[in-house]
Design a protein around this ligand. Sequence first.
Ligand code: ATP
Ligand code: MG
Length: 562
Amino acid sequence: MSDDEKHSKDFIRSIIDDDGRSGKHGGRVATRFPPEPNGYLHIGHAKSICLNFGVASEYGGKCHLRFDDTNPAKEDTEFVDSIKRDVRWLGFEWGENEFFASDYFELLYAYAERLIEKGKAYVDSLSAEEIREYRGTLTEPGKNSPHRDRSVEENLDLFRRMRAGEFEDGTHVLRAKIDMASGNINMRDPTLYRIRRVTHHRTGDKWCIYPMYDYTHCLSDAEEKITHSLCTLEFEDHRPLYNWVLDELETPSHPQQIEFARLNLNYTVLSKRKLLRLVAEKHVDGWTDPRMPTIAGLRRRGYPPEAIRAFCERIGIAKRDSTVDVAMLEHAVREHLNSVSNRYMAVIDPLRVVIDNYPEGESDELDAVNNPEDPGAGSRKVPFSKVLYIEREDFREDAPRKFFRLAPGREVRLRYAYFITCNEVIKDDAGEIVELRCTYDPATRGGDSPDGRKVKGTLHWVSAEHAVEAEVRLYDRLFEVENPEAAGKDADFTETINPNSLEVRPRCFLEPALAGVKPGETVQFERLGYFCADEVDAKPGALVFNRTVTLRDAWARMEKKG
Ligand code: ATP
Ligand code: MG
């Protein structure tokens, strides 16, 4: 299937096709991804990034990265830097097309004066609360401000003095003069500028008036000659205002706003305001915590960019809101990691095993396949010796018949190595099992018995003497409920946080080859899942691995069932 066919059903690409045929934008395609630098990007933004950059590349156009930095109180260069890193990491490049709405402040100001001169904007001196009261409701029209009929001269004078810093914050605003009785509240003389003495992360203290989002966004799009301004559905009711501003100002270009459904995922929240709260209240360890749905969190968790892109492609672009099962995202992650990750052995809940008939002080090296899905990945040697670790849950003293792992008197295969039989269980004074005494069968080297003897279980293991130690972090969903926001606006979504979303295993034993895994690389620990070498907390000699996902694929099972 070509890229074209794959996307033939999505309505945005159909519109762009039509526009191409009619020559609407002179055959050009220019999109933009316009984040506000007030937080880290999340998986919902990835959907928008894949759409905007994807469309641009498929149609031979370009996609701008524009920082929509009109609200200085909440914005920061830390966020600008993280956004750039995340977009690049996802696999997209904007080249020279990096813009900031704040670069247009002078232009936006000039446009505002033009609106005033046309009698289409006025300075209002009602308080914020009065403006709210005058606005009306969904069922009642608003009413005109007593300042609505100020003369052009008076408005220009007041607006210039607003800029010059003559007035206190909140004493005046500039409003568009549209229609206080409009059925669309966004058209009831929306505010265009407010006075705010806040230092901006790029323009410093140059400005004490700042333009509002709706006014800035459309004019930035027009200035950059964007053709298709793709945004999420909540902006549908803002589209008349978007068009009003561009029509009144007769901008040289008039981009077309098209809305699509935002991504919602279950078991998480995807609103920057809520994510910020998780960070500020320390429910998580910062924006890059591997439990966060942020791009940076997912990266640290070990999610590959290819999997995120495949997921975004699979969910598609629709006009109606819905919620996607996070199992579908995890499925995409497993699918990719399965084909590219090397397999290793690691024991995350160690139980000591002594092989009584193995010679003291000796060791032996066994061949292990790096990735059965990828013959090119080759093989490695795994050391075996007298003292080993196996997973505690792979042994049961009172094993039922169907327990195919290790138990007293039973024989199992150690992966790539030998068959072993458990002869004795050693306990401490408290009755806890501290060691197993076993024997091995040298004739089963490599994991096969020459006499055709069968064993049901194959366990992973690590040689104690050769093992490297690591801290391993296991993650569960950050929220206990599917929809943390279900309880409504007033309920506190943090009450549904899963108290067991992080489990730290401080002393795990890994086969020595894992010491060479680079920070940020994701590998499979056989039988346990995929794990990513942590980039933040690992220090030389102190490895840290984050579990990316387990091996159980709930989504694949559901798909099979149909
Ligand atoms: P949030 O709702 O998380 O606060 P936002 O819309 O305020 O997000 P912006 O930085 O303004 O965040 O978003 C940049 C772009 O990403 C916008 O075009 C927005 O529509 C899009 N976007 C944000 N959230 C999602 C989402 N969940 N799904 C798809 N696109 C999204
Ligand atoms: Mg926004």
